[in-house]
Design a protein around this ligand. Structure first.
Ligand SMILES: [Zn+2]
Length: 296
């Protein structure tokens, strides 16, 4: 089966001392290899509750090194240009969740050289670049944030608005020249939750040509089960178009999972429930966005 998973917390799993290669988490390198043709956004997650820049930077660097080491050992291919997406095997798109470890937009210059191809503007903390979904005053995208988006567009780095505020999504959609994504977010119309996208945000994102990665975070689903994930996919598909629906499991980042979706081996069942939309949701839509954004 071809899979494009928009969000796996591989860096965080590594930092916690767990085995990504052959461990028994909901996903692992072995499990991805067994699927065959897989692209996964491998997330670096430095914002572990610490406000100190030096610590967030160190965390990010150690996670980056882990991913580059996997590449050197020939275990994964790091996606740097569009043609890498068409290679067989397990492909990592290196992503950063939150801008807590950045000083300014120009940090993208070296991160891009190191392989970064997706950046989430915030985790649950506000940053100098953008307001997060927990902001008391939703200041949206700042001037610095706009610089970051423009430079990311130029370099071919995909912008992720999961965890950001509503105004951030709307502001980014106005500024970006490339499709934007919400790698792991569900929708407010089906479940009120601070992490979910309301209809305005959903529409703004879709208008850029982007995708929403339906996610398995139990509290953000109408009910904590795999059928609810399909409900979210249907909602996005019917309201803004099926070309905007994708999957971001958030595997390795969760303590609990929806019933029927707690391991990569459950993908077959999800694909079955998605029916003739499965190929779009599990592969083609996300693939299109990265093809349109990454350097050739
Ligand atoms: Zn997250």
């Amino acid at each position: 089966m071809r899979l494009f998973d928009l969000h796996e917390d591989i860096g965080h799993w590594y930092s916690r001392g767990f085995d990504f290669v052959s461990g028994d988490g909901p996903t692992s390198l072995q499990k991805l290899q067994a699927l065959g043709d897989v692209a996964v956004v491998a997330i670096m997650f430095p914002a572990t509750g610490r406000q100190r820049y030096d610590l967030t930077l160190n965390t990010m660097l150690s996670q980056l090194k882990f991913m580059l080491e996997l590449e050197r050992e020939g275990k994964v291919r790091i996606v740097r240009r569009t043609s890498d997406l068409d290679q067989p095997g397990v492909k990592f798109v290196i992503g950063l969740e939150g801008t807590d470890s950045l000083v300014d937009a120009r940090d993208l210059l070296w991160l891009h050289q190191a392989g970064l191809r997706l950046i989430a503007l915030t985790w649950n903390y506000n940053t100098k670049f953008a307001a997060s979904c927990t902001a008391k005053k939703d200041y949206g995208l700042t001037d610095l944030g706009q610089e970051l988006v423009e430079l990311a567009n130029e370099l071919g780095i995909v912008i992720d608005v999961s965890h950001t505020s509503k105004n951030t999504v709307i502001d980014v959609a106005k500024v970006t020249k490339k499709p934007i994504v919400a790698t792991h977010s569900n929708v407010s119309s089906l479940k009120q939750h601070y992490r979910n996208l309301d209809d305005d945000a959903l529409k703004a994102l879709a208008d850029t040509g982007g995708v929403v990665g339906v996610t398995s975070i139990p509290d953000t689903l109408p009910s904590p089960n795999v059928e609810s994930m399909v409900k979210v996919a249907n909602y996005v598909g019917e309201h803004v178009g099926w070309e905007h629906v994708a999957l971001g499991t958030d595997f390795l980042g969760l303590e609990r999972y929806p019933e029927g979706f707690s391991d990569l081996s459950h993908l077959d069942h999800l694909a079955h429930l998605l029916g003739d939309k499965a190929e779009l949701v599990l592969w083609r839509n996300a693939y299109r966005v990265f093809k349109e954004t990454l350097p050739p």
